[in-house]
Design a protein around this ligand. Structure first.
Ligand code: FMN
Length: 363
């Protein structure tokens, strides 16, 4: 079951980096939802490789086809299969890496687990697998925006040691995020981040970064305590993205350095409901959304495949020097922005459907 995610809105991704194609099957999408490829393609375009000099140069158009579950522009309630064909594989780039596991990549662990692994391209451990997540996430987003007016916007808030100031969380839009190739809405910080990525790339190296995400117009009541708390599912969703190393919600680790009197989110009346004056909770209390925006951060490591020579050993334990060939991302965060948004959409759609079911039961 390791390639499936969700309870009622259940997504299974398939495909290897150098196989024929990648994609997803969604089971449990509500019927009569308007849907066609144009709802999905824009997010795939934002995830696509070779968007700028900051990303891998692998050339993939990533055109999505809806194979099933949709007729005359409406979902049928049956499984929706989404397919993107692979085009630009170069297995020869992986010749040396067949006998030498890349340090901090997944070659060694996949081999140990399965006793076999995809002969090139990293197989399922490649970020190519996330095409299916982004395609399915776009369908989830359509449901969230049509039924609840939910908006999800993620951006790059740090690269290497460069941190950007927080944008206006109530207003930040994807258009603002996409004004820079690095996807940081603060253009001064974006310039410094881009320079850091290019500098690392030119040295045959790589750098990490942080993505921050805000989800607005979330109704109070989403989340299934105690094990499927909304933050627990978000953490699982985010930490399943390749190269992630950390997840924080609301005040996160910094909250541990505050006093309760400063950290408490005092209630105030907001329209027909209660809201909070501050949002250190990140929109969640007791594992249930409280109606305030969800706000969380995801840390990404510097990608493992670097062209700088590295002293290591081959699968037999013999000393060797690995100089990775091929086209690789010097920093993953600019392309990971739509992946974070998509995984958030999958979690929220699944929880919204579960809450709807509960409300129907209790009427
Ligand atoms: C958008 C994106 C692009 C990535 N590109 C690369 C890459 O070009 N080279 C690489 O070594 N890792 C890349 N990764 C990360 C690897 O897939 C990942 O590090 C590897 O599967 C090992 O898993 P782990 O880092 O989660 O332990 C990328 C990740 C994402 C999210």
């Amino acid at each position: 079951m390791s390639s499936s995610f969700g309870t009622l809105f259940r997504v299974t991704t398939f495909g290897e980096s150098h196989g024929q194609g990648v994609g997803a099957v969604i089971d449990g999408c509500p019927p009569k939802t308007p849907l066609d490829e144009t709802d999905i393609q824009p997010q795939l375009d934002r995830r696509r490789p070779a968007q700028s000099k900051l990303t891998t140069t692998r050339k993939e158009a990533d055109r999505v086809s809806i194979l099933s579950g949709v007729q005359n522009g409406k979902t049928l309630g049956t499984p929706i299969a989404l397919l993107v064909k692979n085009k630009d594989q170069r297995p020869a780039d992986y010749d040396q890496m067949r006998s030498v596991p890349r340090p901090s990549h997944a070659d060694y662990t996949y081999q140990m687990k399965y006793g076999i692994r995809a002969s090139s391209g990293g197989g399922r451990s490649s970020a190519r697998e996330t095409v299916g997540r982004v395609a399915a996430g776009a369908v989830a987003e359509k449901i969230l925006s049509e039924r609840y007016g939910i908006e999800i916007v993620a951006w790059v808030s740090a690269v290497y040691t460069i941190e950007a100031p927080s944008p206006d969380l109530a207003g930040i839009s994807r258009q603002e995020v996409d004004r820079s190739a690095v996807r940081c809405p603060d253009l001064q910080a974006a310039e410094k981040m881009q320079a850091a990525i290019v500098e690392a790339q030119e040295a045959g190296d790589s750098v990490g970064g942080i993505i921050t995400c805000v989800c607005r117009n979330i109704p109070a009541g989403l989340g299934e305590p105690v094990f499927n708390k909304i933050e627990a599912l978000l953490a699982q969703a985010m930490l399943s993205i390749p190269a992630t190393k950390g997840f924080e919600i609301g005040s996160g680790f910094a909250g541990s350095r505050m006093r309760g009197s400063a950290h408490n989110d005092v209630f105030i009346k907001k329209g027909a409901h209660l809201g909070t004056r501050t949002n250190y909770s990140g929109g969640v209390q007791g594992g249930i959304s409280n109606g305030e925006p969800l706000i969380f951060r995801v840390a990404f490591k510097p990608p493992a495949t670097i062209s700088m020579p590295q002293k290591t050993v081959d699968f037999e334990g013999n000393d060797t020097v690995l100089e990775a060939k091929g086209r690789h991302d010097p920093c993953v965060v600019p392309r990971a922005v739509p992946i974070v948004e998509s995984m958030a959409a999958l979690v929220l759609t699944d929880l919204a459907l579960q809450q709807k079911m509960r409300e129907n039961e209790t009427v």
